[in-house]
Write a protein that binds this ligand. Structure first.
Ligand code: 1CP
Length: 317
């Protein structure tokens, strides 16, 4: 999940004097930051340090990650002409990603590296709104009023996102995750019409190379539809119990879903909730333990270690 590193003192130290976008383009720094949680917690996999807007910047979009805000786009894309200017990603645009993954696979040895990209709907929301949005109102207005422009934009983003995933797989990522963080803002009918075809396109062509994980926030009503992207693993946020998700998706492995806010609680309720996630996850075809969304900034690293150790004690017995 995003910002796993933000709660770590060694992360803040490594990032001193470097913007987020600069950090993402520095292979040695990317390698160091990716390794930090693996070293500290002994996790079973690493998540590549980057951001979903990195491929957008790589194709020339003026996007910055503003501390305390998130991605901010200088000139939002809203018209047909704006969409026409969006070019495809060439692997050479992200040579630093290939280089960083090369360093990482050497250092990680047998520990798998998870690459990722943002799904077309979530990326389009940043591009159309110009930054983080609670209601995605401009995005939803464009979908309804100019479906032709919407599908042209989402289609181009699907190509960028698919290429970004391909680059990571070719460089040595063992699995990829497609984050449609804001898809939960859509009804199932609109998700199927406006988002699903483009997420499916982004994941198609990667099949049979590595497992594909698909995750969204507040997507309890979309879980069945999300399986239609073809992803082998469905990420479930903390709002839907894993045994309920497993009953609905018997053929899928699940990833998730401890509430990130549980990390801020006392040990006893935290461990009880961890145990409950592990118990509910046994109903699934497979379960990758994770938080149900990103690590909150004030999380105590000691509590995260407690959770990782509990998961290992329980599952390695
Ligand atoms: O934990 C990690 O460092 C893993 C790497 C990672 C990942 C997987 C980062 C680094 N970002 C992401 C994905 C990401 N980025 C998503 C999808 C997953 C999710 O929903 O959590 C999204 C929506 C973003 C966009 C983004 N980037 C936000 C959210 C803003 C909003 O709209 O609410 C923010 C705050 C960022 C900045 C960012 N990305 C990553 C880090 C470590 C940070 C914090 C900035 C910093 O430390 O300076």
């Amino acid at each position: 999940m995003r910002q796993a590193g933000r709660s770590l003192p060694e992360y803040r130290k490594a990032r001193e004097g470097t913007t987020m976008m600069e950090a993402c383009r520095n292979p040695e720094l990317v390698c160091e930051i990716t390794m930090q949680p693996v070293r500290r917690y002994g996790t079973d996999a690493a998540i590549f340090f980057s951001d979903i807007v990195v491929p957008l910047a790589a194709v020339g979009i003026d996007v910055d990650i503003v501390p305390g805000v998130g991605p901010v786009v200088a000139e939002p894309l809203r018209t047909e002409a704006d969409v026409d200017r969006l070019r495809n990603l060439d692997p050479c645009d992200v040579g630093y990603v290939t280089e960083a993954i090369g360093l990482l696979t050497a250092e990680l040895g047998d520990i798998p590296l998870i690459g990722f990209a943002g799904a077309p709907f979530t990326l389009a929301s940043y591009l159309i709104e110009g930054g983080p949005s609670k209601d995605h109102s401009k995005t939803k207005a464009l979908m309804r009023s100019r479906p032709d422009v919407w599908h042209a934009l989402a289609g181009r983003l699907a190509a960028i996102c698919g290429e970004f995933l391909r680059v990571q797989i070719e460089a040595g990522a063992s699995a990829v995750q497609l984050f449609d963080s804001w898809a939960g803002a859509l009804s199932e009918a609109h998700y199927r019409r406006f988002a699903l075809p483009h997420s499916t396109a982004a994941l198609t062509g990667l099949a049979e190379s590595v497992p594909r994980i698909h995750f969204g926030v507040g997507t309890g009503h979309l879980l069945e539809a999300m399986t239609e992207t073809g992803a082998e693993v469905i990420g479930v946020d903390f709002r839907t119990p894993l045994d309920e998700a497993a009953a609905r998706l018997p053929d899928k492995a699940l990833q998730g879903n401890l509430d990130p806010a549980a990390i801020l609680a006392d040990d006893e309720p935290l461990l009880a909730e961890t145990d409950e996630v592990l118990r509910a996850g046994r109903a699934a075809k497979g379960h990758i333990f994770n938080l149900g969304h990103g690590v909150l900034p004030h999380s105590d690293p000691g509590k995260l270690k407690l959770v990782v150790d509990r998961v290992h004690e329980t599952t390695r017995r």
